[in-house]
Design a protein around this ligand. Sequence first.
Ligand SMILES: Nc1ncnc2c1ncn2[C@@H]1O[C@H](COP(=O)(O)OP(=O)(O)OP(=O)(O)O)[C@@H](O)[C@H]1O
Length: 249
Amino acid sequence: MSTSTDTFALQLDGITKHFGGIVAIKHFDLQIKPGEIVALVGDNGAGKSTLVKIISGMYQPTAGEIRLNGAPTNFRDPSDARTKGVEVVYQDLALVDLQPVYMNMFLGRELRKKPFGTLDRREMAAQTQALVDELDVRIPSAKAPLSDLSGGQRQGIAIARATNWASSLVLMDEPTAALGVAETARVEQIIMRLRERGAGVLIVSHNMEQVFRVADRVTVLRRGTQVATKRIDEVTHNELIAMITGLTS
Ligand SMILES: Nc1ncnc2c1ncn2[C@@H]1O[C@H](COP(=O)(O)OP(=O)(O)OP(=O)(O)O)[C@@H](O)[C@H]1O
């Protein structure tokens, strides 16, 4: 029987996407182990968003296979992908300002008390507090309204929520694009803690320093073609830039 140590959280085989005559992704392969952080990099128009949309169920691939925890799968739509264990941290966060942190954590998956189905606020707050403590997301309280939180704290909550529900993969698209330096550093610490939670992590980033700080491996797309996948300690900054741009210095 296979175990989590020999089964990939995510496996992409030959993923291809055409938009009419445009080939946005050409035969893309990737395996992500549980607890591994892989960065997806590439210049504008390289195909990163298209790939993220395929893995999150928004687009169907033209060809290729997706496996989650070893099982071949396909996604009808984003909610199907979520049900199957892929959670996405979106740039616009998708959080609700007027609700407390714990309600945001359980959005659409609220815990309810028997027999009348009223919200089990106490249990949701307790589970949220335990999770934010574990990931070291520093917020005043799980019961605080989301509107009390800074941008970095909100992003921490969005990441905590994703990792709480992801049985296979957490996908992040530019998770620190809107944050300042100190908040970016905090959010990167939270991302690195996801290794211990066991889901695979795929992070799209334009920030090369960030890629070197958080990722175990990096995969490079250039105009829809996968140029290389490298361990982060096997590549230099200049080599990575050369792979992204196609220019050698
Ligand atoms: N819905 C679509 N219809 C037609 N072409 C598309 C569509 N989505 C993306 N493309 C094309 O596919 C290619 C890859 O685009 P994509 O947005 O995936 O790149 P990207 O790497 O995410 O770029 P950026 O960093 O600018 O967001 C581009 O040539 C783009 O014009």
